[in-house]
Write a protein that binds this ligand. Structure first.
Ligand SMILES: *Cc1c(COP(=O)(O)O)cnc(C)c1O
Length: 449
């Protein structure tokens, strides 16, 4: 006997009782119910009642080429019939070898060694541990501290949280975290009146320089989200900051860790954001879009210099870190299929045309009286909305759903981070419905009479 097909109401009730959802106060789902998704196709998600939603946030910034992408599906089916998984300690397999070789060809020069984990936060743990262990192996055991930017986000495991500067995620766990310093963010929204984004970035680099001068002897690494600080509310900054950070870190013998978990894989207009500053970091962390949004996988790429510091006969000088699913073949195969799409479809230049189209139709939105700080880098757009509502983010999310849109504002910052397969009619839908939403959300609440 087949059970009856579930509907929205039934599934959300069952989920509320059995599933503890991430990044949520479960009680709030009493007022703002969960949305059960039955299937996805391209930029659209469909619920069990047949309603559709344009996935304008790429399902938490992971999806690149649409839901249920035929090419990635086919690659996964063929991999399923070959090898679903094998441990990577003592064993190897073709998908992980090919992926590592291709990433080495594509990444900024010098990043020839790939180590794998299953999610973004674990990649950050690897980079932090590897950096400190490098200094230990090379006779600098005091270099164990890290710095990050103000409002940085690098994940929520305890190590990653120590370099994450988002009070909401940190405060409850602060007793468990080793506290690390932050330096002024080059977020161009904070430039002084009349100061260019570039001048502001250079001013922030001076603050970094002074911090490095004073603390380099204890510092292992400076970790940064290149070009866009995502969870800070899509804070964008000038690439000159990355160039200066690269020079200064080299000068003071501090590693530079580029966290491209959100901004890598073409999101900022180049395959990797670091390319726009012409730099090679000591560590490059990738996850999210690397599998096209299909399966959990992350990778930390690093240099020969770092690799060689671990390459000896002693086990304890080796890098001691593993996850059960390290380098999972299915996930690697999804990543290879994703890289194939980049190569075959000239994605980066197509994205430039799409971005130009979206910017052209967005004129009425960016000029709306309630819209502030309109900004765009590659396939990311963001703006703040001047709204009288304290619960702006939740209200906007709910209203967006009624308008066939999946938007997830960060405080009063609305952003678009759509899958790259978005077409012109879908961009029209996104921009027109968002304009309608903004209009509703900037109205004074009706006084109750
Ligand atoms: C999402 C994200 C992470 C954490 O990745 P998870 O897979 O969620 O653990 C780390 N850094 C940045 C910049 C991110 O956007």
């Amino acid at each position: 006997m087949t059970p009856a097909a579930p509907n929205n109401a039934e599934l959300l009730a069952r989920s509320h009782s059995a599933v503890w959802h991430p990044c949520s106060q479960m009680k709030h789902y009493e007022t703002f119910p969960l949305l059960p998704i039955a299937r996805g196709k391209g930029v659209w998600l469909y619920d069990y009642d047949g309603d559709r939603y344009l996935d304008a946030v790429s399902s938490w910034w992971v999806n690149l080429f649409g839901h249920s992408n035929p090419a990635i599906n086919a690659a996964l089916v063929s991999q399923l019939e070959t090898l679903e998984h094998v441990m990577l300690a003592g064993f190897t397999h073709e998908p992980v070898v090919r992926l590592s070789e291709r990433l080495r060809e594509l990444a900024p020069p010098g990043l020839g060694h790939c180590s794998y984990a299953s999610d973004g936060a674990s990649a950050i743990e690897i980079a932090l541990k590897m950096s400190a262990h490098f200094w230990r192996n090379t006779g600098h055991p005091h270099k164990t501290q890290f710095i990050s930017l103000q409002n940085s986000y690098h994940g929520e495991t305890l190590g990653a949280l120590s370099v994450t500067d988002v009070a909401l995620f940190r405060d409850a766990y602060s007793a468990l975290i080793r506290s690390q310093a932050t330096v002024m963010s080059p977020d161009s929204r904070h430039a002084a009146a009349g100061e260019t984004a570039e001048d502001y970035a250079l001013r922030c680099a001076e603050v970094l320089e002074s911090h490095l001068q004073h603390h380099h002897a204890q510092l292992a690494a400076f970790i940064i989200e290149p070009l866009v600080q995502g969870a800070a509310g899509m804070a964008m900054y000038h690439p000159v900051y990355l160039r200066r950070a690269r020079e200064l870190c080299r000068q003071y013998a501090v590693h530079l860790i580029a966290d491209e978990i959100a901004v890598g894989m073409g999101r900022t207009g180049t395959l990797f954001a670091c390319e726009q500053a012409g730099i090679t970091p000591d560590f490059l962390c990738l996850s999210k879009g690397i599998t096209g949004g299909y399966l959990p996988l992350s990778v930390v790429m690093t240099t020969d210099e770092i690799y060689q510091a671990f390459y000896t006969d002693e086990t304890t000088r080796g890098f001691l870190h593993s996850h059960s699913y390290t380098g999972n073949p299915l996930a690697c195969r999804a990543a290879l299929a994703t890289l194939d799409i980049f190569a075959q479809d000239d994605v980066l230049s197509q994205n430039r045309q799409k971005a130009a189209y979206l910017n052209s139709i967005a004129q009425p939105l960016r000029e709306h009286r309630a819209v502030k700080n309109w900004r765009n880098t590659g396939m990311i757009w963001a703006f703040e909305v001047d709204s009288p509502h304290h619960d702006f983010a939740q209200r906007c999310f709910s209203l967006a759903l009624q308008n066939e849109l999946l938007l997830r504002p960060i405080a009063n910052t609305v952003y678009f981070m759509p899958p790259y397969v978005i077409g012109e009619p879908e961009m029209d839908h996104l921009v027109q419905r968002t304009l309608h939403l903004v209009e509703q959300l900037c109205q004074q609440p009706q006084s109750k009479t």
